[in-house]
Design a protein around this ligand. Structure first.
Ligand code: NAI
Ligand code: MG
Length: 330
């Protein structure tokens, strides 16, 4: 497998090496292609992601991505949005499950996945900025809705219940999304319910255990997954996969965290679990399970970064996880 490595900016440069350290402990045959993209590159060259970078990425199977700081330029176009669009990474999959010994602010038991449409909706890039008015066009297509609903239905077959989240009481584009998703669920024989996104945000905090697969549009999925990260104990713990037909990109859901960047204290678990999702995608199921077990074992032994109340560094945590993999977790 050929893997492009794009740490990006801020703590991306800390958590991605930490995650690679864990990946290396598995001794798999993976060719790694380093890539420098993001704000740092934009400052130096005026471009955060060049066409040459895109060509290199298209020569790889998948990407391990850290985070990118948004440059202070109103004309800046998001690197992640370009990657998601050009590689057609239409399914953003974000699992949330309690990890060992992590303090949870709300419910103690839950296991759900947010499936977010990743290429259209509010992030379609159809925008106009004028002096006294600005427009963002929310594009929802039948094809885009059908294929993300099919992805959610495949997962719902294993995980039981599907919840379609929208704001169809106000937005026509959302009643369209809801109707297409319901049609796909019916065709696949998947039982489903629907929720308005505002009450979903409320209920996800109070009763996350009620949900298995949550299917929603781009912006709603972005916001709900940060709500879910709080429910799961913190942004530093939550991974994601961006999947298309040909390519995939794996990234922690957090950003570049400039407030803690350079201190060596960023929690690498979200990045390490993004590697775990990559292993599952590539068919290395056993290795993926080993990573999960090693992460939980390190947490049980109290080896945590300050965001979880610990005193350990990013490196300490990745070393603890990698050591447990090398020794064989028991
Ligand atoms: P953020 O996720 O970077 O940070 C939010 C808060 O969570 C901060 O207090 C940070 O210290 C903490 N945090 C995040 N990850 C952590 C980790 N692994 N360990 C410990 N603490 C962690 O979001 P924020 O501050 O809104 O954005 C910062 C920059 O990142 C902005 O330029 C933003 O545009 C960019 N961003 C990039 C994303 C990406 O590349 N996928 C996603 C979100 C934001
Ligand atoms: Mg976000």
């Amino acid at each position: 497998m050929k893997l492009a490595i794009a740490p990006g900016d801020g703590i991306g440069k800390e958590v991605i090496p930490a995650a690679l350290f864990v990946l290396d402990a598995l001794g798999l045959d993976i060719e790694k292609i380093p890539l420098d993209i993001g704000y740092g590159k934009w400052e130096r060259t005026g471009s955060a992601l060049s066409d040459d970078d895109m060509d290199i990425i298209k020569g790889c199977d998948c990407i391990l991505f850290g985070a990118i700081t948004t440059p202070p330029d109103p004309g800046y176009k998001s690197v992640l949005m370009r990657l998601r669009k050009e590689l057609d990474l239409y399914a953003n999959i974000r699992p949330f499950v309690p990890l060992k010994k992590v303090t949870l602010p709300c419910a103690k038991e839950f296991d759900f996945v947010i499936i977010r449409e990743n290429t259209e909706g509010m992030y379609s890039g159809v925008e106009e900025l004028h002096e006294n008015v600005a427009y963002t066009t929310r594009v929802i297509t039948r094809k885009g809705s059908e294929r993300i609903a099919e992805t959610a239905c495949r997962l719902a077959k294993e995980r039981k219940k599907l919840t379609i989240v929208h704001k169809a009481n106000v937005l026509k584009s959302d009643s369209f999304f809801r109707d297409v998703c319901m049609g796909v669920a019916k065709k696949n024989g998947i039982s489903y319910n629907e929720m308005l996104v505002d009450s979903m945000a409320y209920d996800l905090v109070l009763h996350p255990q009620k949900y298995d697969v949550i299917l929603t549009t781009n912006l709603f999925g972005d916001i709900l997954s940060d709500v879910a990260a709080a429910v799961a104990g913190g942004l530093g713990l939550c991974p994601s996969a961006n999947i298309g037909e040909r390519y995939a990109l794996f990234e922690p859901i957090h950003g570049s965290a400039p407030d803690i960047a350079g201190k060596g204290i960023a929690n690498p678990i979200a990045a390490i679990l993004s590697v775990k999702m990559m292993l599952e995608w590539a068919g290395w199921e056993k290795e993926a399970a080993m990573v999960m077990e090693a992460v939980n074992s390190a947490l049980l032994d109290g080896i945590t970064t300050p965001d979880l109340g610990g005193k350990y560094s990013t490196k300490d945590v990745s070393t603890a996880v990698a050591t447990r993999i090398s020794k064989g977790v028991d």
